[in-house]
Design a protein around this ligand. Structure first.
Ligand code: GDP
Length: 366
């Protein structure tokens, strides 16, 4: 169309017809994004998972980790349908402070396990710090070079979530999906600090504690609670001129373990040294773990522990739902800040404030 300014009044001015502005965004990008968000039905995920389709498994784990309510609902449906196919695995928790050699060891344990025992291996993680660092420290594929390229392995970094309880629940649910996909060995890696070990212990059949020698006071530094939940203790980096120190540390641990009452499993935790990096005695460590598991399967503790864990997770889920229901409630959200300030100003006691907020919450449920 001729532009209205191209008349005699505007002589000397030529206005050309415009061209449509190209989008600044790569058109392929939006279609790629749409593709990534495509959701399947619960039955399609389950079908893929049961066939061992890694990409469907990955996507389902992503759903489990999502905070989107639609994704969560779909994830719960997938988990429920996968439940009958789950449970047939050995779940092993592996813990140690940063630098203890967890990723180096898991790489070595994992490859030896797959080569010598067969089957498939999934490596999951519980890392409560991953929310803060916005990136997971644990379960990262780049940290487990050999295992990452092994066709029978599946490695997932820790989910990120607001609380340790949330992270742990997601890992627990991912275990179910991995088992349904035929992963008959599950490693759950966790950092050896704080409550994450207890969370890990609540979902595994065997809890392995990786320790280091050398400081001479390792027993003082170690928390009593963690000694009590360990099914086995291994001293890593028993190589070079560290061998003697590692052996000495092992005997200290053995002596210390005798001071504790017999664990519920009825099997005394074993202590041994190894080297994850040089792959010394990796097979012995695996044998120690599997011998223990065979023993607790025989004496009934294996099933007992799984039942106790199922019970624990039922109550954990209830607690989490109640907590979320309360804190995400609109009315509660509106008043909690002001009530907190009244407590800080000394105008209200903590207990009355709590009761007032809870009453407010209960009033919305009627
Ligand atoms: P993580 O933080 O517990 O996962 O520890 P890493 O596996 O990343 O190991 C920490 C450091 O210890 C790395 O530099 C490893 O190369 C080293 N390391 C791990 N295992 C061994 C071992 O068996 N012997 C020796 N000498 N070094 C090791």
């Amino acid at each position: 169309m001729e532009h209205p300014e191209n008349n005699e009044e505007y002589a000397g001015l030529q206005v050309n017809a415009g061209v449509e502005q190209p989008s600044i965004v790569n058109p392929y990008l939006s279609s790629m994004r749409k593709k990534r968000q495509k959701l399947f039905t619960a039955a399609e995920y389950v079908d893929g998972i049961i066939k061992g389709d890694i990409s469907k498994l990955s996507q389902a784990v992503t759903l489990v980790e999502s905070v989107h309510p639609d994704h969560q609902a779909l994830a719960q449906e997938v988990i429920e349908k996968c439940l009958p196919y789950s449970g047939n695995s050995v779940r092993i928790g592996i813990s140690g402070v940063p630098g203890a050699g967890k990723s180096t060891s898991i790489d070595a344990f994992g490859v030896h396990l797959l080569e010598n025992y067969g089957g498939k291996l999934a490596v999951l993680a519980i890392d409560p710090s991953s929310e803060k660092t916005k990136g997971s420290i644990l379960g990262d594929k780049t940290r487990m070079e050999k295992l990452a390229v092994h066709p029978k392995s599946f490695i997932r970094p820790s989910p990120t979530a607001g609380s340790l309880g949330g992270v742990a629940r997601k890992t627990r649910e991912s275990i179910i999906l991995c088992e349904a996909a035929g992963y008959n060995n599950i490693f759950v890696e966790t950092v050896g600090v704080g409550q994450s070990e207890t969370a890990c212990h609540s979902m595994v059949d065997y809890f392995l504690l990786i320790q280091l020698a050398g400081t001479g006071d390792e027993l003082q530094g170690i928390k009593r609670g963690i000694m009590e939940i360990a099914d086995g203790i291994v001293i890593n980096k028993a190589d070079g001129n560290n061998v003697d120190k590692a052996e000495l540390a092992a005997s200290h641990f053995r002596n210390a373990l005798h001071l504790f009452p017999m664990p519920d499993s009825g099997v005394l935790p074993k202590v041994m040294t190894y080297s994850g990096f040089y792959e010394y005695r990796i097979d012995e460590v695996l044998k120690m773990v599997f011998d223990h598991i065979a023993e607790v399967k025989k004496n009934g503790y294996f099933d007992y522990r799984r039942n106790e864990q199922a019970k624990y997770w039922m109550y954990e889920s209830i607690n989490e739902h109640l907590k979320n229901g309360f804190y995400y409630n609109q009315l509660v959200k509106q008043s909690i800040g002001a009530t907190e300030q009244e407590v800080l100003d000394g105008k209200m006691t903590s207990f009355i404030a709590a009761k007032k907020l809870l009453d407010l919450y209960y009033s919305t449920l009627k």
